[in-house]
Ligand binder design. Structure first.
Ligand SMILES: [Zn+2]
Ligand SMILES: [Zn+2]
Length: 273
């Protein structure tokens, strides 16, 4: 995860002084570190800085602190993600660092034929993101509704010169038990190729282009507020989902229609639980 530049140097110096005696005692005791970062509400900026300070700190951050950061910010999501692991709540597909990055970090957008931008839209930390399985279901074709997928609301990026002032949307999500999912089974059975040059921004593994695989249902664009065919998303081999879309400015009548559709979805969701 990229760290901010402003206070990074100061924080790093401070950590370096503290870790001059690089041992497992005092502030470097795992339990003490956990207490300290609990007080900091697992600030992802500070955790990112800490992970760069020393090998010892990096190990504690990646093994312990990212996991607690995820649990503290998204307890229900973590509970759903870890439910499938026989070893219990200590493992998550792709690792805790990748999940933390997914929770706290918008990946921005790389220019492509579908998104012909003058330059890359950089990723950035996000304050609060809402991940919803109702939204996730909108990204699944009906044949895959047995899968459990959480997807965030789109992060909106203004892009100069777009017609009608449309914004670029960036969204992300994660499958529960992706290795046993219907979606993955279909991709493998149909031998859908993994992208050659694109890697998951969260865990660095290879990805499937769901748009190219024709697995994007119309409900995904409705959910996002984008025209059908004007979105693209990828799923990596660890089950992280990320993508972009062009967000339309809807008229008030269209907005009412959208709300009614979403209410029906919510009712269906609660009725099927
Ligand atoms: Zn963003
Ligand atoms: Zn990934």
């Amino acid at each position: 995860m990229e760290a901010p530049t402003s206070t990074t140097a100061e924080n790093r110096d401070c950590f370096k002084r503290t870790t001059a005696i690089d041992s497992n005692t005092g502030i470097m005791d795992e339990r003490v570190l956990l207490l300290v970062f609990t007080q900091l509400n697992f600030d992802p900026h500070v955790l990112s800085v800490a992970a760069r300070v020393s090998r010892r700190l990096r190990a504690v951050v990646s093994r312990v602190l990212w996991r607690h950061a995820c649990i503290s910010r998204a307890p229900r999501l973590v509970s759903a993600l870890t439910a499938g692991f026989p070893s219990g709540a200590n493992r998550v597909c792709g690792g805790w660092h990748a999940l933390a990055k997914l929770l706290f970090y918008c990946a921005g957008c790389e220019p492509s034929s579908r998104f012909p931008l003058p330059h890359r839209v950089p990723g950035h930390f996000v304050g609060v993101s809402r991940f919803s399985k109702t939204s996730g279901r909108s990204f699944l074709s009906r044949q895959f509704w047995g899968d459990l997928l959480y997807v965030s609301d789109p992060c909106e990026h203004a892009v100069e010169g777009r017609p009608n002032g449309e914004d670029l949307g960036a969204y992300r999500g994660v499958f529960c038990s992706f290795v046993r999912s219907l979606t993955r089974a279909f991709l493998v059975r149909r031998r859908v190729d993994l992208e050659m040059r694109i890697r998951c921004p969260y865990c660095g593994t290879r990805v499937w282009n769901m748009t190219a695989a024709r697995l994007v249902p119309r409900s995904a664009s409705r959910r996002l507020g984008a025209h059908h065919g004007r979105l693209e998303y990828f799923v990596c081999v660890n089950g992280h989902l990320y993508g972009n879309c062009w967000l339309e400015h809807l008229s008030s009548s269209e907005e009412v229609e959208e709300e009614e559709e979403e209410e029906e979805e919510e009712e269906y969701e609660s009725g099927s639980m």
